[in-house]
Design a protein around this ligand. Structure first.
Ligand code: GAR
Length: 194
């Protein structure tokens, strides 16, 4: 009989600012038996972020840091993450830029999902910019976070076709669906050998 070898799942925090569909998707993924992660915290800079409902729904801790005093908040977040042995942060629609110091001090990996085919269209309004530039394709990217905006090493990408009459909203929706497939893929790719 095959013996299943148990493993400790990677304690993960998800940082959000808005709807949290990627957050919800990652939580669902974390609950699969063979998923390498378990989600222990949802953190938001925005107390009104819709995605915070998933903390109650899935009985996960939530924390709000408004980032008005970013240095102070980041220090507290680092302390909290260390105390709770969090070793993976998944940014999922988190609209604050983490400081160089935070990235350096955090003893783990930080991943981000970005709605474009990086290195194209870093920053905001990616869909509008891709459509206005008459791109045939856009897509999404999962990458490591480093101290330059949307510039860390790429883990996986997915191309999405831009249709003739696409508005930014329509394109965003189509890409978001792919983000939900891509983020778990990136995590599996990174931690497959556990
Ligand atoms: C996603 O499309 C994500 O790629 C994007 O915000 C959306 C969040 O959706 N992130 C960025 O633009 C980061 N620069 P969600 O809250 O439903 O996951």
């Amino acid at each position: 009989m095959t013996k299943l070898i148990g493993f400790n799942k990677i304690k993960t925090a998800i940082f959000i600012s808005g709807t949290g569909s990627n957050c919800r998707n990652l939580i669902k993924f974390s609950k699969l038996k063979n998923s390498p992660i378990s989600v222990h915290l949802i953190l938001s800079n925005n107390p009104k972020a819709k995605g915070l409902v998933f903390a109650n729904k899935f009985k996960i801790k939530k924390k709000i840091f408004k980032f008005k005093k970013q240095r102070k908040d980041e220090k507290e977040i680092l302390k909290y993450l260390e105390k709770n042995q969090i070793s993976l942060i998944c940014l999922a629609g988190f609209m604050k830029i983490l400081s160089k110091n935070f990235i350096k001090e955090f003893k783990g990996k930080i991943l981000n999902v970005h709605p474009s085919l990086l290195p194209k269209y870093k920053g905001l309004n990616t869909h509008m910019r891709a459509i206005n530039s008459k791109e045939k394709f856009s897509g999404c990217t999962i990458h490591f976070v480093n101290s330059n905006l949307d510039s860390g090493k790429i883990i996986v990408q997915k191309k999405v076709k831009i249709n003739k009459n696409d508005t930014p909203k329509v394109l965003a929706k189509r890409i978001l669906k792919q983000e939900h497939i891509l983020y778990p893929k990136a995590i599996i790719k990174l931690f497959a050998n556990l």
